[in-house]
Design a protein. Structure first.
Length: 419
C-alpha cells in the first residue's frame, strides 16, 4: 500500500488541527503539567515544556525500519508536512510539541522512567451490540475524568448536542469505542517515530482478523488503551494495549471494555507484575496501598461490565438496556460501571477522584435512530444518573420524540435497578 495522503494535504490537516486546538491549548498545557507533576515521582521539578520538546525532536529523529514496515514508505515526508502545518499556526515550539506529543510523552517517558504517585484517571467505558431489538447496532460509552480539567470551561454547554443524530453505516473494520488504560513501569518501544495508523493500514479492510494483524505488527506505535473493533457483520474484537504488548478478545454480537484494566490472561499477568514493581519502588505494602485498591476496583468494574453486557445481548439489547449498563449504579462502588467521585483508598490523593462526566448510548441507523445523552457539570458536579436525559432523535425521526421521552420517563432511575 502506498501513502495516499499528499504532503500538501497533510500540511492542511496540520493547520486545521492547530486551529481547532488553539482556543483551549493553554488551559490544556497547564492542566497537563499540573497533573503530571503531581502524578509521577521525580517529575515534580521537570521543566515539562523543555522535556516534551526534547521528546518531540527525539520522535522525529527516530528511524523507521522500512523492511519491517513497508507500508511506511513516504510517511516521513507526510508527517513532516503535517507538523509544519501545525507550527505555522502555533509558532511557539513548546505549545506545538504539547499538542503533538504530550500523550506519547506520558506513556513512553513518564510511565516508563518515573513511578506514578497515583493511578491515572480511569477515563471511560465502551459497549457495543450488533443484532438488537432496535433493528440496528447500538453503541454506548461513558467518559470519566478528573473534574479540575474542565472547571470554568462551560463543559456542559459545549457537550450538549444541538442537532438531530446522523445515521452511521459500518461497512469496513471500524473502531466503535476506546478507553484509556496504561501500565506504570511499562516497557519502551525501540522506535518512537509518529506513525499514524490511518495512513499506513489499507483502507476499507473488511476482515477483522486481518486488521487486528496490522495492529499487532504496528503495536509499538499506538496505545496504550483498550478499544472495540467491529467488521459490521457482528464480529467484535476488544484490544487491550500497553506500550508494546497487546491482547485481543474476539466475540460475536457484543463487546465491552473499560479503563485501566486488562482481562486477557497475558496482559492481566503483565500488568500485575509491573504493578508490583511500582509498589516496591515506592516502598508500599503490596496488599494495602492506593494504587492496589484502584487497580483492583477497575478490574472488578470490568468484570461486572462484561457480565452485564453479555446478559443484555442474550435478552436482546435495547437502547434503554444499554443506558442501564452505562449508568449502572446498582452495585456498590467500585463494582458499579458509573462513578461519581468515590474514593478507592483512605490514602488516595486529593483531587484524584474520577467522575463520569458524559454518558451516551445510540442506535446507529434505521427507523429507531436516536441517542440518549447525559452530561455532567464540572462546576456543580453530581452523579450523572441524577442529571436529565437529553434525547437526540435521528434525522427524519424528530416526530417520535414524545414516544422516546415517555420511554425514558417510565424507566425511572436508569442504572439503579437491573432491567
Amino acid at each position: 500500500m502506498a501513502i495516499t495522503l499528499t504532503p500538501a494535504e497533510a500540511y492542511d490537516r496540520g493547520r486545521k488541527m492547530a486551529v481547532a486546538a488553539l482556543p483551549t491549548l493553554d488551559h490544556k498545557m497547564a492542566s497537563d503539567y499540573t497533573w503530571a507533576r503531581g502524578a509521577y515521582i521525580g517529575a515534580e521539578e521537570l521543566d515539562f515544556p523543555e522535556e516534551v520538546l526534547r521528546f518531540s525532536h527525539e520522535r522525529m529523529a527516530s528511524e523507521l525500519d522500512l523492511a519491517q514496515f513497508p507500508e511506511c514508505r513516504g510517511l516521513r515526508e507526510v508527517v513532516e508536512a503535517e507538523r509544519r502545518g501545525v507550527v505555522d499556526v502555533i509558532s511557539d515550539p513548546y505549545r506545538a510539541a504539547n499538542l503533538l506529543d504530550f500523550p506519547f510523552f506520558i506513556s513512553r517517558r513518564l510511565s516508563t522512567r518515573y513511578v506514578g504517585k497515583q493511578a491515572p484517571p480511569s477515563q471511560c467505558t465502551a459497549i457495543a451490540f450488533h443484532d438488537t431489538r432496535e433493528g440496528s447496532p447500538i453503541i454506548g460509552s461513558n467518559g470519566d475524568d478528573l473534574l479540575f480539567r474542565y472547571v470554568g470551561q462551560d463543559f456542559k454547554a459545549k457537550n450538549t448536542p444541538q442537532n438531530a443524530l446522523e445515521p452511521m453505516t459500518i461497512n469496513q473494520v471500524t473502531c466503535v469505542g476506546g478507553v484509556s488504560s496504561a501500565v506504570l513501569c511499562d516497557e519502551e518501544p525501540d522506535c518512537l517515530f509518529p506513525v499514524q495508523l490511518d495512513l499506513v493500514i489499507p483502507s476499507k479492510v473488511t476482515d477483522l482478523r486481518e486488521y487486528i494483524g496490522y495492529l499487532e505488527r504496528y503495536r509499538d506505535f499506538w496505545g496504550p488503551g483498550n478499544q472495540l473493533w467491529t467488521d459490521g457483520q457482528g464480529t467484535f474484537a476488544a484490544t487491550e494495549k500497553a506500550n508494546v504488548r497487546m491482547g485481543v478478545r474476539f466475540s460475536d454480537g457484543w463487546a465491552a471494555v473499560t479503563a485501566c484494566s486488562y482481562l486477557t490472561p497475558a496482559m492481566n499477568a503483565f500488568k500485575k507484575e509491573r504493578d508490583l514493581l511500582s509498589y516496591q519502588a515506592r516502598g508500599w505494602d503490596p496488599d494495602d496501598n492506593p494504587d492496589r485498591s484502584y487497580w483492583d476496583g477497575d478490574e472488578t468494574r470490568y468484570r461486572r461490565l462484561l457480565v452485564l453486557t453479555e446478559a443484555e445481548h442474550a435478552r436482546g439489547a435495547t437502547l434503554l438496556g444499554a443506558a442501564t449498563i452505562c449508568l449502572d449504579h446498582a452495585a456498590p462502588f467500585p463494582a458499579r460501571v458509573c462513578i461519581a467521585g468515590e474514593r478507592s483508598h483512605r490514602d488516595e490523593a486529593e483531587n484524584s477522584q474520577n467522575w463520569t462526566i458524559i454518558s451516551n448510548v445510540k442506535v446507529i441507523d434505521g427507523p429507531n435512530l436516536r441517542a440518549y445523552h447525559w452530561v455532567n457539570d464540572p462546576d456543580a458536579p453530581r452523579p450523572i444518573y441524577e442529571t436529565p436525559c437529553i434525547i437526540i432523535p435521528g434525522k427524519g425521526a424528530e416526530g417520535r420524540l414524545p414516544e422516546w421521552e415517555a420511554e425514558v420517563q417510565a424507566a425511572g432511575d436508569i442504572g439503579g435497578v437491573r432491567v
